[in-house]
Design a protein around this ligand. Structure first.
Ligand code: GTP
Length: 414
């Protein structure tokens, strides 16, 4: 295309410096204002067995009193319960969804414990994809329900990771950002905790379980994130009680031998977790979810629909649609033929059966007829015999009567 040159500087041209402030440095502010007005979505999936302290930790993280239903250990399967809270700090609105895996790890057969979790995550991806595929899509105000982070609560055994945890994390690691944490870490001693942490990381590596690592490409947070990556998994303590320590009141757990302060970095890694999760890397978690995990889901889904754009045969949507349609029609035709064949076979079978029955009936009828004839013959003979007997008796009676009459006559003539 020809670009119309309105003014050319030329070799002797004069370059004019900008005479004043243009103002595009306010672009970041515009962006911030827009985002702040819309608010943010953050969805946290808490996975861990019943009573491991999931709700307590969530309360501590957001300094709130969220849902506090105590769940039983007897649930027949794993259920997903989701609670949404609209939080506000300063003028920033956060729509927080806490998703709890109720009954996780309580069943005797734990084989499918992770299935409801995977299904839930996929369902949220699907909702987003459906919105994206709409003609009138509205992704700006769409409430993003995709799981941005999965806090995986490890049982503080002090030894190593359990196989159920490994299997579940492996099933989830391509679908969401997993941050493993050691729950109730006040029950493990300091020296045990270090070996426990090392064992956990080693086992995760050995089993190729990919966990979320804090990003180190942004230099403002690179250093702190690098340090924190080395401290994973965070050992946390949760509490809903405020305890008096000296003159101050702190969130903590009081024991006969002392107080565990949850916000004291000497006592546990709670503050580190809060810093990393909420203050430093919340946006990265949201971004990685969209860029990596959702993208993988979307790619798989579109491939399933037959849409590809890689390799030597770029296929347009129209072609794909037509091909799919042809395949579908072929399949329908095949099903129809199969059904027709089935029907013909059935009819034939029924026909044969009917003929067989007819034959059987005819044979039965013939037998009955024969029997009947024989019976009739026998009865006829019997009747003839009876008739003969009757005639003989009649004759005998007549003879007798005649003899009697003759006898009477003889008497009278005397
Ligand atoms: P469900 O919602 O019923 O599945 O349980 P949950 O995992 O949400 O556990 P919850 O937060 O209700 O805590 C269960 C119990 O563990 C409560 O009595 C808590 O006080 C206790 N608890 C929570 N966090 C800790 C902790 O860090 N250390 C210790 N020792 N106990 C804790």
């Amino acid at each position: 295309a020809h670009v119309k040159v309105l003014r050319s500087l030329g070799p002797e041209g004069r370059t004019l410096p900008l005479q004043g402030h243009v103002g595009f440095d306010s672009l970041p502010d515009q962006l911030v204002n827009k985002c702040v007005n819309l608010g943010f979505d953050m969805n946290i999936l808490c996975v861990g067995e019943t009573g491991i302290g999931k709700s307590t930790l969530m309360d501590c993280l957001f300094k709130a009193n969220f849902d506090d239903t105590v769940h039983s250990h007897k649930s027949p399967g794993v259920e997903i319960s989701e609670h949404i809270y609209n939080l506000k700090e300063g003028n920033v609105k956060l729509r927080l969804a806490i998703v709890d895996s109720v009954g996780y790890g309580d069943q005797i057969n734990k084989e499918n414990s992770f299935k409801p979790l995977v299904d839930f995550i996929d369902e949220q991806f699907e909702n987003y994809l459906q919105e994206e595929l709409k003609i009138k899509r509205d992704l700006v105000t769409f409430h993003d329900s995709r799981v941005h982070v999965c806090l995986y609560f490890l049982v503080p055994t002090g030894h190593s990771i359990r196989s159920l945890d490994l299997v579940t994390m492996k099933a989830l690691d391509k679908k969401c950002n997993i941050i493993p944490i050691i729950a109730k870490s006040d029950t493990v001693s300091k020296s045990e905790l270090d070996t426990f942490k090392a064992n956990i990381m080693e086992e995760l590596r050995d089993n190729d379980v990919e966990i979320y690592t804090f990003p180190t490409d942004d230099e403002t947070v690179a250093e702190v994130n690098k340090d924190m990556n080395e401290m994973m998994p965070f050992a946390v303590v949760g509490s809903r009680e405020d305890v008096k320590v000296g003159e101050t009141t702190v969130r903590g757990r009081e024991y006969p031998w002392g107080v565990v302060e949850i916000e004291n970095e000497q006592h546990c890694d709670f503050v580190k977790l809060r810093e990393m999760l909420i203050r430093t890397n919340m946006e990265d978690l949201r971004e990685v979810t969209h860029r990596k995990h959702y993208e993988l889901y979307r790619r798989g889904k579109l491939k399933q629909m037959g849409i590809t754009d890689d390799g030597a045969h770029p296929v347009s949507l129209q072609e794909t649609y037509e091909q799919k349609r042809a395949e579908h029609l072929e399949e329908l035709q095949r099903i129809e033929n199969e059904m027709r064949q089935n029907f013909v076979n059935k009819v034939r079978e029924k026909d044969l059966e009917l003929k067989r029955n007819e034959k059987e009936l005819a044979a039965k009828y013939e037998g009955l007829r024969k029997e009947n004839n024989e019976e009739k013959k026998r009865l006829d003979e019997e009747r003839k015999k009876l008739d003969d007997d009757l005639a003989a008796l009649k004759k005998k009676r007549e003879d007798l009567e005649r003899a009697n009459a003759e006898h009477a006559n003889g008497q009278n003539t005397k």
